[in-house]
Design a protein around this ligand. Structure first.
Ligand code: SF4
Length: 296
């Protein structure tokens, strides 16, 4: 659309559920940018965007889309901004978009932990209602091998702090992250971490190798043994079977997943496990996405 008022600094990523949201890039890249599996911002150094530029973009966009209801703050972890900076941005958004119902962003657990509960409550009051956190794994050994820069403890503490402030959490687990060697501990400890933090939303993505598997092997600080589709489904089965959740909305519908599962945990847990079991037994008949069948 030629009247679109924003010039994005590419690449731009957002969670699938923010497909219809307005996006403002308030930071560029990721302040950590060192995870072994991540190919999101290899050539995009982290930068905090100038406040004057952000103000102009918000004002210009509001003139074109005054009724925007959902707004996502990009890039990789806008929550790294100081409380004061975030507060100013939320105030500008609230003034410019009177109908806004939800503002969200990606966050690292450390970004949350650097803010006080009082500050997080204030951000929530100003519209920051949802944060997306890539947990990737609940297994400390694996978090270290992929250089995640977080531990299971920092992740639990960060997510609990956000929850205590009333901010909803949407978390991601990366299936296949440790390969065959770490399959079991990755699945079981990832279930443990989601049980401890009870996120509002949980999704799984399957590890992909956009730069090739040898590139990942070089960056992985352990022995990475590739997994078959069956291994991946087994890991998913083990993970889900260890979850003990009450009202977490679960999705494995990202294009990387071999099998689409959507529902609520634990209500739909048995149904998910049956579906995975059937897909392992009869992949050509049950549910495996056709684009993946050639890999079997
Ligand atoms: S924290 Fe997220 S965006 Fe940053 S390098 Fe790791 S996976 Fe990529």
């Amino acid at each position: 659309m030629d009247t679109y008022p924003l010039q994005y600094d590419m690449p731009l990523f957002r969670p699938p559920s923010e497909a219809r949201s307005l996006i403002f890039q308030v930071t560029l890249g990721c302040s950590w940018n060192r995870c072994a599996f991540c190919e999101m911002y290899p050539d995009k150094p982290f930068k905090v965007k100038n406040e004057k530029v952000i103000r102009e973009e918000i004002t210009k966009t509001a003139a074109v889309f005054p009724h925007a209801g959902k707004i996502f703050l990009a890039d990789g972890n806008a929550m790294v901004l100081s409380f004061k900076r975030l507060q100013n941005i939320l105030n500008l958004i609230n003034q410019a978009f009177p109908e806004v119902t939800r503002i969200s962003s990606y966050a690292l657990p450390q970004d949350i932990l650097l803010k006080s509960i009082k500050e997080l409550v204030q951000l929530k009051k100003n519209g920051l209602k949802l944060i997306y956190v890539g947990i990737e794994s609940g297994d400390d050994e694996l978090l270290k091998l992929v250089n995640k820069g977080e531990t299971s403890e920092s992740t639990v503490n960060g997510l609990r702090k956000a929850k205590e402030a009333g901010i909803k959490t949407s978390v991601m687990i990366l299936t296949g992250l440790g390969g065959k060697k770490y399959l079991e501990q990755h699945a079981i400890n990832s279930a443990k971490i989601v049980n401890l933090t009870k996120p509002d939303y949980l999704s799984t993505l399957v590890l992909m190798f956009p730069q090739g598997i040898s590139h990942y092997k070089k960056r992985f600080a352990g022995t990475y043994i590739p997994m078959t589709i069956e291994d991946t489904l087994n890991e998913m089965k083990l993970f889900l079977s260890h979850t003990e959740l009450e009202r977490t909305i679960f999705r494995s519908d990202h294009a990387s997943n071999y099998l689409t599962l959507k529902g609520t945990l634990s209500r739909d847990k048995e149904q998910f496990l049956d579906k995975i079991k059937n897909a392992i037994q009869s992949p050509r008949e049950v549910g495996i996405r056709p684009e993946w069948l050639r890999g079997l």
